[in-house]
Design a binder for this molecule. Structure first.
Ligand SMILES: [Zn+2]
Ligand SMILES: [Zn+2]
Length: 150
């Protein structure tokens, strides 16, 4: 086990393991935007399960860490990536004027070329963001019930 760990020790970009399951983090992973330092990092599985630890709550704001992902373009934030996927799901694939209208921050041409370039050929990344989005929706739905019952 020590030999295994040592092989990562020389990596200047080495990062702590997942706080939830202690596994080595593979991108994309989640960084809590409200906890730390030190940063609270979670793998997608633990994040999806709603892992909580001491002060960290599952409804904290988070960042999707994807520095090695070739799909991200400079200037496009994870929030914009998610907003784009959401807009495409809401408005329908190919309906770029409505997508751009919903995005607000991007032109029709930017939305179309970004989506075609980054998502059509990257099913892994796309499905990761979609599952994050579904989780957001589930959480929103839960919150809705919460308020209704109050
Ligand atoms: Zn984990
Ligand atoms: Zn947190």
């Amino acid at each position: 086990v020590m030999d295994h760990l040592a092989s990562f020790g020389s990596d200047p970009f080495d990062k702590p393991p997942c706080r939830g399951c202690s596994s080595r983090l593979l991108e994309p992973y989640i960084k809590c935007a409200e906890c730390g330092p030190p940063p609270l990092l979670l793998c997608l599985q633990c994040f999806t399960r709603g892992f909580e630890y001491k002060k960290h709550q599952s409804d904290h704001k988070y960042e999707i860490m994807t520095s090695d992902f070739p799909v991200l373009e400079p200037g496009w934030t994870a929030q914009e990536e998610m907003a784009l996927l959401e807009a495409v799901m809401d408005c329908g694939f190919g309906n770029w004027s409505d997508v751009a209208y919903q995005m607000r921050t991007r032109s029709k041409e930017e939305c179309e070329s970004h989506y075609m370039k980054n998502f059509i050929n990257n099913p892994l990344f796309s499905s990761t963001l979609l599952s994050l989005r579904q989780m957001e929706e589930a959480r929103t739905a839960d919150t809705g019930h919460f308020f209704i019952f109050i």
